[in-house]
Design a protein around this ligand. Structure first.
Ligand code: HOC
Length: 348
């Protein structure tokens, strides 16, 4: 089967993954309104392309927190990659390094931080953290991330409790016995999620700051108020995210929330976005609206499910080609030429 666009990988993953794994990756909260809206909202944005602008050479490189990546698409943190491919997050890390982009490894990885680092030395990796009730265990994770070469710490802010994902409830979702949440193996019993700390507040950013020299990026911000608080608490980056629509249903699509967050931040920190990116032209829209880079979640898992590291590279390469083409067709020769003038919100 020729893989031409990201939906081809989605169809493959749906067909071949065990149902319990597919359902877990695909899940949205409640009616899945926000999960689906993340995609639909991109379709309401129209381009205002410019012509005759010499796009014979296009430069799609960018920098995030000072590090160059080959194009503005990284891999968002998602859990349990061994459900998609036996080598799990090790394959993800290798694919990200091969494509010279950033991989955010989840606390809920099925490989340890150290295994992920060893699989792709030199690659750009950030570590995603949930703060658990056991602060000593969280502190250890932060220190292990720094010691094993992760270059950023991504604090997820939108999961005081896990959202209600109906298919997971119906399936009684649980990892198969041979898979472990290795970073937390001794810390707690994962399916019960009993150690997630719902009492976390903005002040905990100061606590994190005291633990690490790594830049702190906060993930899960959707409003101007929280964007302002994030800047005031000294984070280096914000990921506009609704957790793939898996947490509070009927919140905004991330591309819509991006506009308000970018306005509030006024260039003081970098802003990224995840959720609903399925085409290179979606990447262009997100950059036009002020994102420095986007992160893909489910499409990365579909790539892994297709052919592991190679399949994920295929997904990234397709997005890269589509992004380059969209940029050129819109009249941009480099990422620095992308701006708000390129888009308008359709009245449809
Ligand atoms: C049962 C374990 O990011 C997700 C993860 C975090 C929750 C782990 C749930 O599924 O959205």
């Amino acid at each position: 089967m020729a893989m031409v666009c990201l939906s081809d990988f989605e169809a493959y993953a749906k067909k071949y993954l065990p149902k319990i794994a597919w359902d877990y990756f695909a899940a949205g909260a409640d009616d899945c309104t926000t999960r689906d809206e993340n995609i639909l909202a991109y379709k309401r944005i129209r381009f205002r392309p410019r012509m005759l602008r010499d796009v014979s050479v296009t430069d799609i490189r960018t920098k995030i927190l000072g590090t160059e990546i080959s194009f503005p698409v990284g891999i968002a943190p998602t859990g349990f990659h061994q459900l998609a491919w036996p080598d799990g997050e090790k394959s993800t890390a290798r694919a990200a390094r091969a494509m010279n982009t950033c991989y955010i490894a989840s606390t809920y990885s099925t490989c340890t931080l150290e295994e992920i680092s060893a699989a792709a030395p030199g690659g750009l990796r950030w570590f995603q953290l949930y703060i658990h009730r056991n602060r000593a265990a969280s502190q250890q994770l932060v220190q292990r991330a720094e010691a094993s070469g992760f270059q950023g710490l991504v604090l997820t802010a939108d999961l005081p409790y896990t959202g209600k994902r109906r298919d997971d409830v119906r399936n009684g979702f649980c990892l198969p016995p041979h898979m472990k949440v290795k970073n937390l193996e001794r810390a707690f019993e994962v399916c019960k999620m009993s150690l997630l700390d719902p009492s976390v507040t903005w002040n905990d950013i100061y606590w994190l700051r005291s633990l690490t020299h790594l830049p702190i990026i906060i993930k899960g911000i959707l409003t101007r108020e929280d964007a302002e608080l994030a800047v005031r608490h000294g984070v280096q980056g914000i990921i506009v995210s609704n957790h793939g629509g898996r947490q509070l249903d009927e919140g905004p699509a991330t591309i819509d929330a991006l506009v308000e967050v970018v306005e509030a931040v006024r260039g003081r920190v970098e802003v990224y976005v995840d959720g609903g990116i399925r085409k290179g032209s979606d990447v262009l829209k997100a950059l036009a609206l002020g994102a420095k880079c986007v992160f893909i979640g489910r499409p990365a898992l579909w790539g892994l499910a297709y052919k592991g590291e190679e399949g994920l590279q295929d997904v990234l390469r397709i997005l890269q080609d589509e992004f380059r083409l969209s940029m050129a067709l819109a009249g941009c020769a480099s990422v620095s030429e992308i701006g708000q003038h390129l888009v308008q919100f359709s009245k449809l």
